[in-house]
Design a protein around this ligand. Structure first.
Ligand SMILES: CC(C)(COP(=O)(O)OP(=O)(O)OC[C@H]1O[C@@H](n2cnc3c(N)ncnc32)[C@H](O)[C@@H]1OP(=O)(O)O)[C@@H](O)C(=O)NCCC(=O)NCCS
Length: 192
């Protein structure tokens, strides 16, 4: 597992950096996707994720279906990566019994959906995927203090993407093997 302390020191996120590294001078920033960002050049190797950013992300944002966050290369202004966050409800019956046995007997549970996460091919292999994931988890944790969420859920595109999330202790849904979740209680411990 990575050292989250080291990782957080590399994240230019206003919440994280104010807390941990206010003096940091970093190469990247993470900010809500805006109209000034150039989407056309983004290419992560998965066409569906490129097309989503280029054609759908702003619309989903306008309609309050998802909030896209962009990882910006400060030197060039290019989008090096992005992720999206939304709310969702999980059917309790879809979670593993070892998780639900400790929870109230409601039919559904509130959660946060990390709908998409991608890093441009030019920037892959530099720990930026990890940085985006940690930023998304930290942001979800902070928001869960205001609007309850018991887990962050991801839909991996394929087995390769799934293995990326499993490195960070995401757990498979028993009947949807490409859908994974990380309990908020685990995320709390990651950032203690
Ligand atoms: C998957 C993806 C986000 C990883 O981003 P990245 O910036 O290249 O990854 P990082 O450099 O942050 O990698 C962090 C660690 O995860 C590992 N890793 C990266 N991709 C992995 C994968 N698919 N499976 C398992 N481990 C992976 C790296 O080797 C690295 O390990 P290390 O710390 O031992 O060196 C990126 O390759 C991507 O955007 N791919 C296309 C879209 C995609 O599959 N998105 C996933 C959501 S569906």
């Amino acid at each position: 597992m990575p050292s989250y302390g080291q990782l957080l020191n590399a994240i230019n996120n206003k919440w994280v950096c104010k807390r941990l590294c206010p003096m940091s001078d970093l190469d990247y920033s993470i900010e809500p996707l805006g109209s000034h960002h150039d989407l056309a050049a983004f290419s992560c190797g998965v066409e569906q994720l490129d097309t989503y950013l280029q054609r759908q992300a702003r619309q989903d944002s306008r309609n309050d279906f998802a909030v896209p966050f962009a990882l910006i290369d400060k030197k060039s202004g290019a989008i090096a990566g992005y992720y999206t966050l939304s709310s969702l409800h999980i059917e309790m019956s879809e979670l593993p019994p070892e998780i639900t046995k400790k929870l109230p007997k409601y039919p559904t549970a509130p959660a946060t959906l990390l709908g998409r996460l991608a890093v441009d091919k030019k920037y892959q292999g530099k720990k930026l995927g990890e940085m985006l994931l940690m930023d998304a988890l930290y942001r979800s944790l902070n928001l869960s203090h205001e609007i309850a969420s018991m887990a962050v859920v991801v839909d991996a595109k394929d087995e390769k993407a799934r293995s990326f999330y499993e490195r960070y202790d995401f757990i498979r849904f028993p009947n949807s093997p490409l859908r994974l979740f990380l309990p908020m209680k685990t995320i709390v411990k990651m950032f203690e």
